[in-house]
Design a protein around this ligand. Structure first.
Ligand SMILES: *Cc1c(COP(=O)(O)O)cnc(C)c1O
Length: 379
């Protein structure tokens, strides 16, 4: 194996997580594969084989890329600007979530030009003041949607909402948002709409159960082993970031390391240079906190992270160029996990997994056995 950096995607873990959510949602699983599947790359076919019924993404571009990759399942795209290419989405049979009259008219106009009907999910803000129609504007949005349905340019197939505090199951906001959503669905029906599906819950709301009782579950993070509520023990992390030592050196006590010489060696030690930096997604905020696994032991990263490289203190061990380094992984061999990296950087796991840069090759491992074998050989 070449001494490059690799982001190893454990497809088997993603399949297992998908099967778990297909089971707990009663086969009403929409796999959320936005942001390059949370940084995990080409995984759509695997999750659809493992039980997901449809796919959710943010932009139309993401949806079209999935269609180009041969995904035939229903796809929903839920965040686009008013001037997006809605016609391309309609032609590719991509469902569109819509949250304002301006968006609704733009979608309807594109579909009418093609003499097609756009499949629309009306998106209501149930309480986080982010995306979704403000609840005050919801009845009017439903009325416009009904008029456009009559004209034949759209078909409202769904109503969606998204919860703000589902990772805290006891938060009083959860009940409030469920009620707002149920009322919004009722309003839509009263205005003559007949959405076939409703969907409120994402990973946290599904794991904690606070979003149960509606149709689909839109699961993203959970497919990749991330549980925002921290309560599930059924999920498996699905990424390993590995690299190789470029050079190593011995330094004397008192040697300053990296920009600003922030880190001073407290004793004679060995330093190894790794070809990954914040430009590759290692969060700079984790400088002086993070560790990596080399020769089966954790070693601290020392000094400020650079854009392209970091320095690791290997103590008495002089490591050789090319030796394998595990930056993070599922944790089964003592390596740091994505959750630990998130803690070191003061962020959430989502940010760590979505930020690994394009210089790092994505390598899919279809069985965990193979991935382990590779680690064992290289270690
Ligand atoms: C990202 C996203 C999801 C998936 O959320 P997870 O917590 O990752 O499962 C669902 N719905 C919307 C609107 C989203 O933006």
């Amino acid at each position: 194996m070449a001494w490059t950096s690799e982001l190893i995607v454990h497809d088997e873990a993603i399949r297992a997580n998908t099967e778990h959510f297909a089971a707990v949602t009663g086969d009403r699983l929409m796999a959320v594969l936005k942001a390059d599947a949370f940084g995990h790359g080409a995984i759509a076919h695997a999750v659809l084989e493992a039980g997901a019924r449809s796919v959710g993404v943010t932009s139309i571009d993401e949806a079209l890329a999935l269609r180009a990759a041969g995904v035939r399942a229903p796809i929903l795209s839920w965040l686009n600007p008013v001037d997006a290419d809605f016609g391309a989405a309609v032609l590719a049979d991509v469902d569109l979530a819509v949250s304002s009259p301006a968006l609704l008219h733009a979608v309807a106009r594109s579909a009418a030009l093609l003499r097609r009907r756009a499949r629309v999910h009306l998106h209501v803000d149930v309480g986080m003041a982010r995306d979704g129609s403000p609840i005050t504007a919801w009845p009017a949005l439903c009325t416009i949607a009904r008029e456009l349905e009559h004209l034949g340019s759209i078909h409202v197939v769904g109503v969606m909402g998204h919860m703000s505090c589902a990772d805290q199951p006891d938060h009083p906001q959860n009940l409030r948002e469920r009620l707002v959503f149920a009322n919004a669905v009722r309003t839509a029906r009263r205005r003559g709409l007949a959405p076939a599906v409703t969907h409120l819950a994402a990973t946290a709301a599904t794991v904690t159960g606070v979003g149960d009782g509606f149709g689909l579950h839109r699961i993203g993070a959970g497919l990749f082993g991330i549980d925002p509520s921290g309560t599930s023990h059924a999920l498996r992390p699905a990424l390993s970031l590995v690299t190789h030592v470029v050079t190593s050196r011995e330094v004397e006590t008192g040697t300053g390391i990296g920009y600003g010489l922030d880190h001073i060696a407290e004793r004679r030690t060995h330093l190894a240079l790794l070809p990954l930096g914040y430009g590759d997604g290692l969060p700079r905020a984790a400088s002086e906190r993070a560790a990596v696994l080399i020769r089966g032991r954790r070693r601290p990263l020392v000094g400020r992270f650079s854009m392209d490289m970091v320095v690791v203190d290997t103590g008495d061990d002089e490591v050789a160029p090319g030796e394998q380094v595990t930056v993070f992984g599922p944790g089964g061999h003592g390596e740091p996990t994505v959750a630990e990296w998130a803690g070191w950087a003061g962020t959430i796991e989502h940010e760590i997994v979505t930020r690994v840069g394009s210089r790092v090759a994505r390598v899919h491992r279809t069985s965990t056995g193979e991935a382990q074998r590779q680690e064992a050989v290289d270690a």
